[in-house]
Design a protein around this ligand. Structure first.
Ligand SMILES: N[C@@H](CCC(=O)N[C@@H](CS)C(=O)NCC(=O)O)C(=O)O
Length: 206
């Protein structure tokens, strides 16, 4: 059995890896250190992630960081139903994961910061509105793809769906009336038992 240590409070991007590990049925230890904890900048943690950010993990002695990369690595190392099965599927899983990280994550994250997380005095409503407007373009692309297929890769739920749904987590709270295919796919993904476990770990009432 593998030795897996996941590091990071669930109310951070670490919930992405909790979802993946729960999908795998993996046994793992969890260090729920908070992202504001100064200990992240001390040698034991910096040896795992020199960026001093969460999440990070150690899998059979190998340190790894970047939440979406950790999920790709877990899929590669442990296989199972969520893993790509050939080079073509691996290419598409990488495509969707990198697409989410580059086309969606930044704008959606900034929107969340400037509408929810920052103290009200520090929020920039114009920035939030601009980010929300800009992210509509890639989200419309996703909606269009999901109008034609139920899943992103290989006609089944894979780590591509998981990674993209993680990046789209904030959309769960949105109406998405003009993106019905995205809405159906997102809510189905987040209704999976492993996803609900990850959300409960964050403190979501689901
Ligand atoms: N692209 C990285 C982002 C890591 C990241 O920014 N993590 C946040 C928590 S969700 C963090 O550690 N923030 C603390 C800081 O930036 O000092 C990933 O997906 O793992």
């Amino acid at each position: 059995m593998a030795d897996i240590k996941l590091i990071g409070v669930a109310a951070s991007r670490t919930f992405r890896n909790i979802w993946m590990l729960e999908e795998l049925g993996a046994t793992y230890s969890h260090d729920p250190i908070h992202y504001t904890d100064p200990a992240l900048k001390t040698p034991p943690y910096l040896a795992i992630n020199p960026n001093a950010k969460l999440p990070m993990a150690v899998v059979d002695g190998m340190p790894i960081f970047e939440s979406l990369a950790i999920n790709l690595y877990l899929a590669e190392k442990f296989g199972g139903a969520l893993s790509p099965t050939n080079a073509e599927e691996r290419g598409l899983v990488a495509q969707w994961t990198l697409w989410a990280a580059t086309a969606v994550e930044d704008d959606l994250g900034k929107w969340a910061y400037h509408t929810m997380f920052l103290p009200e005095a520090e929020r920039d409503p114009k920035l939030a509105a601009d980010c929300l407007a800009r992210v509509q373009t890639p989200l419309a692309v996703l909606d269009g793809v999901l109008a034609k297929q139920a899943f992103l890769v290989g006609n089944r739920f894979t780590v591509a769906d998981l990674n993209v749904a993680c990046v789209c987590y904030r959309l769960l709270a949105m109406e998405l009336a003009d993106k019905p295919n995205l809405k159906r796919w997102l809510h189905a993904a987040w209704a999976r038992p492993a996803a609900l476990t990850a959300r409960r770990a964050r403190g979501d009432k689901v």
